[in-house]
Design a protein around this ligand. Structure first.
Ligand code: HEC
Ligand code: HEC
Ligand code: HEC
Ligand code: HEC
Ligand code: HEC
Length: 224
């Protein structure tokens, strides 16, 4: 009798048996890997209503972060500046051809229409975070937000995942700096070498070098 199916088709059940689990594992891995916070959020860069550039203002113009984010040392949240802060300079600046880009800030300042910046960083409500504690301990903005002074448009630099928080909480020393340098984007303590013994804010740790800080690792420290 003539064969209806060519001989190679005998292998199909075998190929399905082996292939399906491999494909399934691949899908599981893909979902687990790419949808975990690291890949869902790092690099998140929403478009903003006004093309405000940190690269220009914090980088080229050298403005300190606290000129605009002025609550970061006292409060849990770092305030986003109101239009009036921008107008301190922009009421006297003529942007010429690009003036239209700034118009939404002016409108907001004059009370014509609200200006709503799109939030970039967002922790879930069940996780407690406070800026002032970190800044007071001498953790620099750059440790968590990256080189904001080089960003034309802000994006999320770190995963903000639980393991990311804990990595630093277990070993904070390499991320500590004198409090006067918290907003410095390039400080690394080597040029010139920083003398911790003269740090006015020092609160020496057991190694005589770093501040004695005690970041929580227990669940209720961050889940209150
Ligand atoms: C001239 C005012 C100004 C200065 C100076 C400034 N920022 Fe901002 N920053 C803003 C505004 C306005 C936004 C909201 C729009 C945006 O995301 O670009 C913002 C957003 C941010 C965000 C994202 C907030 C979010 O939505 O999650 C971070 C982080 C940030 N700034 C950090 C810094 C750091 C670090 C510095 C200093 C190196 C700095 N900023 C200097 C005005 C400023
Ligand atoms: C230890 C890590 C860490 C440090 C240091 C840090 N930030 Fe943040 N920042 C965060 C996290 C986490 C969020 C998201 C907070 C949330 O969603 O509740 C955030 C959010 C922000 C926001 C958005 C508004 C808000 O509070 O949610 C701004 C603006 C900001 N940071 C600016 C700064 C500036 C300026 C500095 C330095 C003076 C700084 N941050 C230092 C972790 C840090
Ligand atoms: C310390 C003064 C100062 C403050 C405060 C300030 N700016 Fe500026 N801004 C400047 C200067 C200087 C320029 C460059 C002007 C030029 O290019 O001729 C500029 C340029 C701009 C531009 C045009 C960029 C382009 O692409 O042409 C925008 C938009 C802008 N700023 C938005 C803002 C916003 C929003 C705020 C408030 C969060 C703000 N600025 C606060 C000084 C300031
Ligand atoms: C780069 C280092 C670093 C990262 C990243 C970091 N922390 Fe911390 N955190 C510290 C240090 C240092 C302290 C200790 C402050 C002290 O003991 O004075 C601290 C203290 C705390 C405290 C105790 C302060 C209080 O109010 O009781 C909480 C809560 C906290 N961190 C939450 C978080 C969360 C949530 C994240 C992640 C979203 C995070 N931290 C990421 C360094 C870090
Ligand atoms: C240093 C701060 C910190 C500590 C300590 C901490 N967590 Fe978290 N946890 C977080 C943050 C931040 C998130 C949110 C992560 C995200 O959005 O991806 C989180 C998320 C979670 C989640 C949600 C699932 C997940 O993984 O995203 C659970 C469950 C959880 N934590 C349980 C715990 C338990 C149990 C402990 C104690 C063993 C603990 N946490 C200690 C910061 C912390």
């Amino acid at each position: 009798m003539a064969q209806i199916f060519p001989r190679w088709t005998n292998k199909i059940p075998f190929m399905i048996g082996v292939g399906a689990p491999v494909v399934l594992c691949g899908v599981v891995f893909f979902v687990w890997y790419y949808f975990s916070p690291k890949f869902l959020e790092v690099g998140y860069q929403p478009e903003q209503p006004v093309p405000f550039s940190h690269k220009l203002h914090a980088g080229a113009l050298g403005m300190d972060c606290r000129y605009c984010h002025n609550t970061v040392e006292e409060a849990g949240h770092a305030a986003i500046p109101p239009p009036a802060t921008c107008m301190n300079c922009h009421s006297q600046l003529d942007l010429g051809e690009t003036a239209a880009r700034f118009q939404p800030v002016k409108d907001a300042y004059e009370g014509k229409a609200p200006l709503e910046w799109v939030k970039v960083h967002m922790l879930p409500d069940y996780a407690y975070f406070d800026h002032s504690v970190h800044v007071a301990a001498g953790v620099g903005c750059v440790s968590c937000h990256g080189r904001i002074d080089q960003m034309e448009v802000v994006y999320q630099h770190a995963p903000l995942s639980m393991s990311w928080c804990l990595d630093c909480h277990r070993n904070p020393e390499p991320n500590l700096r004198p409090k006067s340098e918290v907003t410095n984007m390039t400080w690394d303590g080597t040029n010139p070498p920083y003398d911790w013994s003269n740090d006015p804010h020092r609160n020496l740790g057991p190694d005589g070098k770093t501040r004695a800080v005690d970041p929580p690792q227990h669940c209720s420290g961050c889940h209150r």
